[in-house]
Design a protein around this ligand. Structure first.
Ligand code: PMP
Length: 431
């Protein structure tokens, strides 16, 4: 079976919504999802044999480009030695050390398999360490799908306009205080009211799951200061930004503050399931077996996945980050120029080499929070998306997601994007 429509119908009968992660269902752009069968460098290929320039990059991990030879070799070599041992391996320590070398405040690392597990564990640890229950998160930020973190979340929760999730008991939801992003007065007010009950704040280092919304200059540093003045912990979620926007993540772009805990994922697994939490030794040592905060995983530190992560991080040198920065700047400038030429008011939202677009006159100066993101003319995105797809460019199937470039995006890939843009921009204009 090679037809995308037939494949989707078959999937719909076997899998809820035909997908194993909601945004893949094209719920907000409409149409039939492409079923992908292979990926190489900057390209992905669907079951019908059509090739697309990929600006999703598996939502971040494929930083070196798809199926990079060094990563594939590391994975096949590791697989030949055994898929999983359920015991410690030397490579796990190497990966932990590499993360600690690059992100100075990280003194200990615990490997897990998904970003959701990393943030869930970081929060449990913050609660176990402080003996407090409340957690602050910001509207539009996505930290995975654990119970306490779905309130006003970004990514698929935003794409499908969900207020949160059914199945989360009210007493658990009540432990999460949701504040507007980039609003330090709201943070100060929450601490003034509940300070001695707040275990921690969790923040995306730069928001990238409601589209991209960078923190105001000094915002993350102020969060660290407020948290520490109140005996709370700052958890910086770098699952998406970590080792993507610089060799030390978004923190690496402004080292003036010291988070207590970080979470990582995506790039550190290079496309296989690896994520991590890391931070202050005295906090991390509250994890079992040293401390009373429990966390475990049959496949945590899986040798094949860790091999992919190590090869990816080792390949991500200064030249790779320079290329990502240049490519992101070029793609976003071309998209912006095409939109302007077609008369579509918009803003380019950036955080390092991550970018996305908001549409409409009222947001043309850029947006700073979730309310701003929601106020855009989001209906202009689906026709833009489909015109790009028809011309062989794979974009995120939601306006509430970041765009991702890779080290493999070369002039040929860029040329194909540029060629597709005028028609797509016109489609956005007439929506
Ligand atoms: N935190 C952030 C900032 C993310 O972007 C994501 C996933 N997009 C997660 C957590 C959850 O990671 P995972 O999908 O691996 O559970």
């Amino acid at each position: 079976m090679t037809d995308n429509t037939a494949l989707f119908e078959r999937a719909l009968a076997a899998i809820p919504g035909g997908v194993n992660s909601p945004v893949r269902a094209y719920g907000s752009v409409g149409g039939t999802p492409r079923f992908l069968v292979s990926a190489q460098g900057p390209y992905v290929t669907d079951a019908e044999g059509r090739e697309y320039v990929d600006l999703v990059a598996s939502w971040g991990p494929a930083i070196l480009g798809h199926a990079h030879p060094d990563v594939v070799k590391a994975v096949t070599d590791a697989a030949a030695r055994g898929l999983s041992f359920g015991a410690s391996t030397p490579a796990e320590t190497e990966l932990a050390e590499l993360i600690e070398e690059r992100v100075a405040p990280v003194e200990r690392v615990r490997l897990v398999s998904t970003g959701t597990e990393a943030t869930m564990t970081a929060i449990r640890l913050a609660r176990g360490f402080t003996g407090r229950d409340l957690l602050i998160k910001f509207a539009g930020h996505y930290h995975g799908h654990s119970d306490g973190l779905l309130a006003a979340a970004g990514s698929g929760v935003a794409t499908f306009a969900l207020p949160g999730s059914a199945g989360v008991p009210a007493p658990i939801a009540a432990l999460t205080l949701v504040l507007p992003y980039n609003d330090l007065d709201a943070v100060r007010a929450a601490f003034a009211e509940h300070g001695d009950r707040i275990a921690g704040l969790i923040v995306e280092s730069a928001a990238a799951n409601m589209g991209v919304v960078a923190p105001d200059a000094g915002f993350n540093a102020a969060l660290a200061e407020i948290a520490h003045a109140n005996g709370s912990l700052l958890i910086v979620d770098e699952v998406l930004t970590g080792f993507r926007v610089s060799s030390a993540g978004y923190w690496g772009l402004d080292r003036s503050y010291t988070p207590d805990l970080f979470t990582f994922g995506k790039v550190i697994g290079g496309g296989l399931p690896v994520a991590a939490l890391g931070g202050r030794a005295d906090v991390m040592e509250h994890l079992a077996p040293l401390g009373p905060v429990y966390q475990a995983g049959t496949l945590s530190g899986n040798p094949v996945a860790v091999a992919a992560g190590l090869a990816t991080l080792r390949g991500a040198d200064d030249a790779v980050y320079a290329h990502l920065d240049r490519t992101a700047a070029a793609v976003s400038a071309e998209v912006s120029a095409a939109l302007t030429a077609a008369g579509v008011a918009h803003a380019v939202q950036t955080a390092g080499n991550l970018f996305s677009f908001v549409f409409g006159e009222s947001v043309a100066g850029g947006v700073r929070d979730y309310a701003g993101v929601l106020s855009q003319e989001s209906w202009r995105y689906p026709p833009f998306f489909h015109a790009m797809q028809d011309a062989g460019v794979n974009l995120p199937p939601s306006v509430f997601e970041a765009w991702f470039v890779t080290a493999a995006h070369d002039d040929a890939a860029l040329a194909r994007i540029i060629e597709a843009l005028p028609v797509a921009a016109k489609a956005a204009a007439s929506a």
